[in-house]
Design a protein around this ligand. Structure first.
Ligand SMILES: Nc1ncnc2c1ncn2[C@@H]1O[C@H](COP(=O)(O)OP(=O)(O)OP(=O)(O)O)[C@@H](O)[C@H]1O
Ligand SMILES: NC(=O)c1ccc[n+]([C@@H]2O[C@H](CO)[C@@H](O)[C@H]2O)c1
Ligand SMILES: [Mg+2]
Length: 232
């Protein structure tokens, strides 16, 4: 069973912190960080506002990120080995990929691949404060937060909601420990649901599960179709 989980949301919402904790607690778990797919600095456009446009999708090489996800999908074992993740023999059938980043649900080719989409939020004041304590590879120039970062967050979030992407909102004001427990438990439940779906079909037909982002347990290894009992 393969599960792709998105840890998305606002800048400084705690995505990387939460992802690091989950990585150590889930079996056969790999991670792809969206920030690793930033284009080189000289390819980041400067907007009419005079700011480098770090917080738009065009500043990221999303095709390369998708390729990396496809590489995991085609062989999670090989991907895990190449990234130094040991495969646990007792859970060798379960593979989890965490995608972590601030614009995970705005790139259409990725949206249908998620089994679960988490979205961390924090209020404006907290976000501005946390951001002011950070040192990015390129430091924020004065005014970037209010002039570019926060407006782009609002724009992409609105688009995501208008597109009907089904996310599970997480309150990033909760403690690190509480967030970790909440999400770990939820992912473990998803794993249980998926493995139950993989059991041989019971005698009575079950209603079909709706499919789509945040709902499916997708990407299971293809199984031969179970033959339908004769209806005569
Ligand atoms: N639950 C939390 N409560 C309070 N502070 C937190 C919490 N989680 C993370 N932080 C702190 O908030 C800051 C941002 O955390 P983190 O780097 O995990 O966020 P991020 O969403 O990955 O941000 P970025 O937009 O830079 O990728 C860090 O200083 C981190 O220690
Ligand atoms: N990772 C980087 O190269 C970089 C450079 C400048 C700004 N940022 C910020 O990172 C956040 C996403 O994690 C965005 O809000 C960017 O502004 C990243
Ligand atoms: Mg981060």
């Amino acid at each position: 069973m393969k599960l792709i989980v998105g840890i998305g949301g606002v800048t400084n919402g705690g995505k990387t912190t939460l992802t690091d904790s989950l990585l150590g607690a889930l079996p056969n778990c790999c991670v792809i960080h969206q920030d690793d797919f930033y284009k080189p600095q000289d390819q980041i456009a400067v907007g009419e506002d005079g700011f480098k446009q770090w917080d738009v999708l065009e500043s990221l090489d999303m095709a390369a990120m998708l390729d990396t996800v496809q590489a995991w999908l085609s062989s999670p074992q090989k991907f895990a080995r190449a990234h130094g993740v040991g495969v646990q023999p007792e859970a060798s059938d379960t593979h989890i990929l965490l995608l972590e980043g601030f614009l995970l649900y705005s790139y259409k080719p990725l949206v249908n691949l998620y089994s679960r989409c988490y979205f961390l939020t924090i209020p404006y004041e907290e976000c501005k404060w946390r951001r002011s304590t950070r040192n990015y590879t390129v430091p924020d120039p004065p005014g970037l937060f209010d002039g570019h970062v926060w407006p782009m967050y609002l724009k992409y979030r609105q688009e995501m909601e208008a597109n009907g992407v089904e996310v599970v909102y997480l309150d990033g004001m909760k403690s690190r420990e509480n967030l970790f427990r909440e999400v770990l438990e939820d992912i473990q439940n998803s794993l249980l649901n998926c493995s139950q779906e993989e059991l041989p079909a019971p005698a009575q037909a079950r209603p079909a599960r709706p499919q789509g982002p945040g709902r499916g347990c997708g990407h299971r290894t293809a199984r031969p179709a179970v033959s339908q009992p004769d209806t005569v």
